[in-house]
Design a protein around this ligand. Structure first.
Ligand code: HEC
Length: 191
C-alpha cells in the first residue's frame, strides 16, 4: 500500500518536473543574454586594457606614445618576442597549413590569405598586406620575418597586421613553421 502511494508520488513528481522542464529551459535562455557583456561593455573593457602603445596607435593625431621615439617603440616591441627552442625556421609543410591550407581553400589558424596573397594557386587572397609570393627570394632575414609575425609592431609600429605571438594566436613554434613556409625554396610561395 505504502509502496504504491510512494510510486504514485514519484511518477506524479516526475510529471510535474517533466512539464516544468521546457519552461525552465526557456527561462534559462531568456536569462543568458543578460549575463553576457554587451558589445559596448566589451569594447570599453578592451579599451581599459589597452597599453600606452595601443592607445597611441588608436589615436590618429598621435600614433607614437608621448616621450617615446619610433626607435624606442620598436625596441619595446622587440622585447615582447619569445623564441622557440628549435630556432626561428621550422617545418614549412606545417607552416603551409597554418598560413592557409590549400586543401581548405587557404583557411588556417593564421588566416594569412585574408590579407596577403602567397601560394599562386590560392586565388582567393586579400590585398590589405603586400603579396608574399616569392618572399624567400626577397633577401629578408628569417629572424626578422619571425619577429614581424610575432609582433609586427617591432618592424612597423601600429601596423594593421595582427600581433600573432603577442596575442597568443600562434605559438612560437607555429610562427617558426610559417617562417619556414615563407623562406624555404621548396615552398610553393617560392616556386
Ligand atoms: C589584418 C590583415 C593582415 C593579416 C591577417 C596578416 N597580415 Fe601580414 N601584413 C599586413 C600588412 C598591412 C602589412 C604591411 C605593414 C607591415 O609591414 O606590417 C603586412 C606585412 C607582412 C609581412 C612583410 C611583407 C614585406 O613585404 O615586407 C609579412 C612577412 C607578413 N605580413 C606575413 C604575414 C603572415 C605570415 C600572416 C599570417 C600568420 C599575416 N601576415 C597576416 C596585414 C596582415
Amino acid at each position: 500500500m505504502k509502496k504504491v502511494l510512494f510510486t504514485g508520488l514519484v511518477v506524479g513528481l516526475g510529471a510535474i518536473v517533466a512539464c516544468q522542464a521546457p519552461a525552465s529551459k526557456a527561462e534559462q535562455k531568456a536569462e543568458k543574454p543578460a549575463k553576457k557583456m554587451s558589445k559596448e561593455e566589451k569594447f570599453r573593457a578592451a579599451l581599459a586594457k589597452q597599453d600606452k602603445y595601443q592607445k597611441a596607435c588608436s589615436n590618429e593625431k598621435q600614433l607614437i606614445p608621448e616621450g617615446i621615439s619610433i626607435e624606442q617603440f620598436k625596441k619595446d616591441m622587440l622585447a615582447t618576442i619569445k623564441y622557440p627552442e628549435g630556432g626561428v625556421v621550422g617545418d614549412w609543410k606545417k607552416g603551409e597549413k597554418l598560413f592557409g591550407d590549400p586543401k581548405k581553400g587557404g583557411k588556417g589558424l593564421g588566416n594569412c590569405y585574408a590579407c596577403h596573397c602567397g601560394d599562386p594557386s590560392i586565388i582567393a587572397c586579400g590585398n590589405i598586406g603586400p603579396s608574399l609570393t616569392g618572399y624567400g627570394k626577397s633577401g629578408a632575414d628569417p629572424k626578422v620575418t619571425y619577429q614581424r609575425i610575432y609582433n609586427p609592431w617591432s618592424v612597423n609600429p601600429c601596423s594593421a597586421m595582427f600581433r600573432f605571438g603577442v596575442h597568443g594566436i600562434l605559438s612560437p613554434e607555429q610562427i617558426a613553421h610559417i617562417t619556414a613556409f615563407l623562406h624555404d625554396p621548396n615552398s610553393p610561395i617560392n616556386k
